[in-house]
Design a protein around this ligand. Sequence first.
Ligand code: C2E
Ligand code: CA
Ligand code: CA
Length: 583
Amino acid sequence: MDKIDCRKFYSEARFQIISNQFNVLIDHITDAVDVVDMSGRLIKVNNAFEQMYGWKESEIIGRKLPIIPSDFLREAEHLHERAKKGGVVSGYETIRMTKEGTLIHVLLTISPLVDMKGNVCGHIGISRDITEQKKLVNELTFVDQLTKLPNRAYFRERFQAELSKGQGNQYKVALILVNLDRFSLINESFSQLASDLLLKEAANRLMISIGTEQLLARLGGDEFAILCMNISQKRDVIQLVRKILRQLQSPFLVDDREVDVTGSIGISVFPQDGQTLETLFKNAKAALNLAKRAGGNTYRFYDKEVVISKVDRYLLASELKKAVRRGELEVHYQPIVEVKQGILRGFEALVRWKHHRMGWISPVDFIPLAEETGLINPIGLWVIRKACHDMKELHLLHGVPHMVAVNLSPLQLENKQLTKQIREILRSSGLEANRLELEITESAVAQNVETAIETLKELLQMGVHISIDDFGTGYSSLSYLKRLPFHNLKIDKSFIQSGKAEDEAILNAVITMAHELHKKVVAEGVETFEQFDLLKRLHFDYFQGYLVSKPMPVGLLPHFISEHAFKITEKSDGLAGNVRELI
Ligand code: C2E
Ligand code: CA
Ligand code: CA
């Protein structure tokens, strides 16, 4: 018998004992343990490993670890190399794969395996399944908690990924921003819970509208975004946004009441409207603003020509400065007519800009620019002066005085010189103060309530009339109106044009209140006979809209006035029913 090498026998025995203990020990560990040799082949896995990954030890022993997804092979190799050099990896987050192919998130610890001589002979990997925690964290990080839609962070990540896909090839992506019209009003009028439910319902309707190639997210508040991936033509996007608008059009049930919440949509398309996520967002937002300014319930594509970038705005601002001098500004007049008898009350003055190269530019676009640059003061004053002079001339020509309503920007209301300037204009034009009406929006007053009220009172003392414009679009608060000195309430055209029973109920309440406060109520945007019937039903006092006439240049007013007066005398019974024929 060969001489027994006691030392070797002892160490093998000790190794056996240790390895038995080791096996018992690792089988009691709840984390998955795998032991591999220097070549990365499996020597041992524990019970938890078998349960977690679904592989039996006997199936995989001697093989390379089958739990590493192909995308992670290089990373695993790198970790293995590190362990071979005696390095320890602890708390490393990565992805592993079960026998069934399910990917799971794991927290990995890798320690070198050292033999009796102290040499590294492999490594021990311990992995803990953290998929559930990860889901929870992901949900908190990437999911909007109210609607359970992806949130802004997730949307941006996906959007960025789509943009990288599209660089340098034909790939087109559209960003669609959706906002709910008048949501602030609803938010103010109903409970938090009711507004939340409405947002959830809106989210559901948007979800119904989109297809599998689109991603819907809630960015916050009433802002939603849709990413349209791989679009081939503009028509597809148009079809989608029309579908969304239709979905939003049917009334929402809030606190057992039917409420109308339409949507406004702005769209930018990669790559033509921007190469980066930021630019595409900015441009879609600009398009959205256009849709809102068009009265909502509509969509707009980003259009460089229409939506002016910051640099272009700078150029346009300098053009606007010259516009007055070049005589490019004009004032057009839209008739305001009495509802009951159809008698012409006067006109609203609406400024127009005909640029010598760019053609007509809407006040919707250049008034905000004039406000930003401070040009609104001289331009606004020019409009008041022109309107007062035109009206006085018309009076002298026809012998019948008419009033003129001029829009006043919030900035003009803050101007301490305003009353003095208006007094001077009235004096020089000869127009009676009570023939001039100034239209202000509630938001104009809200910006600086005390100064505004002070100025309004001074104007009132001079005899000038005041109208509250676009009523119902801002943070309308009826109680707040009580504090304001004014004569007329102009209801925004979105109410007149909605045709919804709920809006009629709101109008009814507003008109009753206005009449109780001895104010007159004016409807704008009246285009159809149905809308005119509504005015009569609800006892509106005055109205204006395409049904009577579009705003027209001053040169057409004499003709309009004589035609209108002729029709009135023709129908001398002058009853409301005849207004239909009259116009
Ligand atoms: P606004 O004061 O609400 O003016 C009414 C707008 O509705 C006008 O648009 C008018 O042309 C349009 N409109 C009139 N009837 C109808 C209709 O039946 N249907 C439809 N769909 N629209 C109708 P416009 O002239 O483009 O003016 C837009 C806005 O620009 C005005 O809204 C006002 O806020 C502002 N604006 C216009 N002129 C001036 C001005 O001289 N000074 C200031 N500060 N703002 C002005
Ligand atoms: Ca107005
Ligand atoms: Ca208005």
